[in-house]
Design a protein around this ligand. Structure first.
Ligand SMILES: Cc1ncc(COP(=O)(O)O)c(C=O)c1O
Length: 402
């Protein structure tokens, strides 16, 4: 069949093949899911039911591409309280943050246009960007966010239209971008005429330390598109996210949304609005955070206990993930396929899948939110055993240097 040329570049993550070897009962540190047991099922069910009972007939009608007004008002207020200077008029509901990523790319990227991504970055964003066939520039992550000197060099040398960043508890590294870098990023975007896509689905999930303002807070020229999502703080199946942007960008995003799926489901938007009216979302987030923080702490102490000293890991202050770094020359994809899954039935996401060039081979993402305490203990112990064995074994160490 003659498919569109753009599908040739569409990210083929290769992860399905890797996990095909997994057996039932796998301990998965690979997923990026919230824990289903923490969803406020009863409250969401009640909100849907109350919305249905009390809503006018128009509940089942089309609404608007921007979305259900009362919910946009609530989100505008939440964002203002979080340091984003926005109004209800500049807020649009999306089908998850994922749709926001797609719409921003569609608005900005012609084939071959330059775009900067963090290395590593969110796999799903690469899948969305690939369709628009950009020219990627990878900027490496450091403990306090992307390397700004490297970014500046890229911007000086190349024409770049868009920078994609997850500044809070980044997927996949768990890193938070420092205050200085947030400001520097906006300054560079102003100088080099670039749009910043700030993706913030983990922003509300801080377990320790002090929150930093969103990058959008420092936006002086309307260059930052901010994306939020209910997926990690309420439930992903709602498929509900939001964005805010300056009028210059916002109007185009609204028009593209109309052409893409007309609008987000009115039933969903109205019911989530009902949930927010009847419940204290922040109290729910507080409960969720307590569980995730406990699991993260448990994973960190298990890693300290079981990992060989050559393997490094961070201790993120929030979010869903932490990042393992093995010695140079280690191939985490091979290790996963040849040792970890077959010998232990434990999994993670290998780093090569998380950069467009696939050239980051010695690291891995571990998820701690959707694994129980026992599995964290057992899985990390087995991971440690397999890593010790693999680090003594030449083939896995040597692949990347060949
Ligand atoms: C950084 C990042 N952005 C966006 C998404 C997509 O989220 P949503 O469910 O809101 O579409 C995810 C999901 O894992 C993510 O990690």
């Amino acid at each position: 069949m003659k498919l569109a040329k753009r599908t040739e570049k569409t990210s083929h993550s290769g992860l399905d093949e890797i996990f095909a070897a997994s057996k039932p009962g796998m301990i998965s540190f690979a997923g990026g899911y919230p824990d289903s047991k923490l969803f406020p099922r009863v409250e969401i069910e009640q909100a849907f039911s109350h919305t249905f009972q009390s809503a006018p007939a128009t509940l089942l009608q089309y609404n608007s591409s921007k979305g259900y007004l009362p919910l946009r008002e609530k989100l505008a207020t939440r964002m203002r309280n979080d340091g984003i200077n926005t109004t209800t008029e500049s807020v649009m509901l999306t089908q998850g943050a994922q749709q926001g990523i797609d719409l921003a790319a569609r608005l900005l990227l012609n084939r071959g246009d330059g775009m900067v991504v963090e290395a590593p970055t969110y796999l799903g964003a690469l899948a969305a960007f690939d369709v628009y066939e950009p020219n990627y520039y990878e900027v490496h992550m450091e403990a306090d966010g992307m390397n700004i000197d490297e970014l500046q060099k890229v911007l000086m040398k190349h024409e770049v239209k868009m920078i994609y960043t997850v500044p809070d508890f980044q997927n996949p590294t768990g890193t938070v971008m420092s205050l200085e870098k947030r400001k520097a990023l906006v300054q560079l975007a102003n100088i080099y005429d670039v749009v910043i896509l700030e993706d913030g689905p983990y922003r509300n999930l801080r377990y320790t330390g002090e929150p930093l303002p969103p990058i959008k807070h420092f936006d002086t020229e309307g260059r930052v598109i901010f994306l939020g999502s209910f997926s990690k703080i309420l439930a992903p199946s709602l498929r509900l996210g939001w964005l805010t942007a300056s009028p210059e960008l916002f109007d185009g995003l609204v028009a593209l949304k109309g052409g893409s799926d007309v609008e987000t489901s009115n039933l969903m938007m109205s019911s989530v609005d009902g949930y927010l009216a009847e419940n204290d979302l922040d109290a729910h987030i507080k409960e969720v955070k307590a569980t995730y923080q406990h699991r993260k702490d448990l994973m960190v102490s298990a890693l300290k206990k079981h990992l060989p000293s050559e393997v490094h890991f961070n201790n993120p202050e929030g979010g869903f993930f932490l990042w393992l770094t093995m010695p140079q020359g280690f191939d985490s994809t091979r290790f996963l396929q040849e040792s970890l899954i077959p010998n232990s039935n434990v999994s993670f996401v290998p780093s090569a899948n998380l950069v467009p060039s696939k050239q980051l081979k010695n690291a891995a993402r571990l998820n701690f939110t959707n694994v129980n305490d026992q599995d964290i203990e057992t899985g990390v112990e087995m991971l440690g055993q397999q890593l010790k064995l693999a680090l003594q074994s030449k083939p896995i160490r040597k692949t990347a240097t060949r």
